[in-house]
Design a protein around this ligand. Sequence first.
Ligand SMILES: [Zn+2]
Length: 393
Amino acid sequence: MVCSACFAQNSKKAKYIFLFVGDGMGIAHVTLTEAYLADRSGNIGSEYLSFSKFPYTGFVTTYSASSFTTCSSASGTAFSTGYKTKNHMLGMAPDSITKLKSVSYRLKEKGFKIGISSNVAVNHATPAAFYANNISRTAYYEIGLQLWQSGFDFFGGGSFMQDKGKTKDLQSLEEITGNNGYAVTRGVKEINEISANVSKVVAFFNENDDIQNLSYSINRKQGEAKLSDIVEAEIKFLKAREDKGFFIMAEGGIIDWCAHDNDAAGTVREVIDLSEAVQVAVDFYNKYPDETLIIVTADHETGGITLARTGGGKQGFASLDGQTGSVGVLDKENGRAICDSINTAAGVGFSTKGHTGIVVPLYATGAGAELFTGKFDNTEIPRKIMQAAGFEF
Ligand SMILES: [Zn+2]
């Protein structure tokens, strides 16, 4: 057990806090990516990701109030508010009435600047769990309205889902947000050149409004934005405006989608994207090692991935390079067959097209990272974050 009194005496307080969430990223997704990187270098084994060598690790239980196997909104609610809820609910208690308070609001009250980001839409389940309360994760319009109401400093990601509501006849969320104190930027250049006078921003990084997420890594074309671009802009924006610290939640949201598609090649590329985004935070940590805390975890596991030897010889993880696009964009008739044969060649098995209830890994480094060891529940995460920052929950 960690003695909290001893902790308060011995440890530096976390002033710059990063929480990275690999949506659907189980231990097998991480292991697969490490094995793939080793195989590409001609080795059998494991090559570290930016976060897999962090000194503190934990196992996190993810079950929701309604199911052993959670969805992203129930899990997001658990690790943002510290309380369990039912699948499909967002920031609301299981009674459907009580609003739950996200750790981002708790830290904002303490003077922290707040950044919420993802490579999928800013009003998708995981980012929304940090600023919204709704009985349904798919009430995208209502959730989008709560974005500017949060008063948080930086939002980054894909543009609003259902910007004009389900019926497409409501006032644009983007317009409303712009009318309520937020600058709205498009692309990497615009956010990085933003005026020092702007205090609140919603930065969109998707290529166009037809698709409200960034491109899948495996499909990405030269010059298209990725998660690390968002985190880089987010740190720059918040660091220039903070005095008491900042909290950044950044989600790699497409890991989950590739795993739902049982697409190992796509999954690996998304985990690498997350690793690169975490590296940006590690570079920041190296400048402020006594005051920075980085946590990397997942909301649940997706796909029931396993790595099994299917015959003699070494497993050819690098054969995933033979896949030229995500299963969804490969030739419609053959895409599934191409992907399946590549999965088999690489020795990657999937047991479901959905989520699983297996514990997920957590990696932590920096100020207060020692709080994040052993096996604990996802509701402990915001409580430990507050403790690491030196506050009561
Ligand atoms: Zn999912």
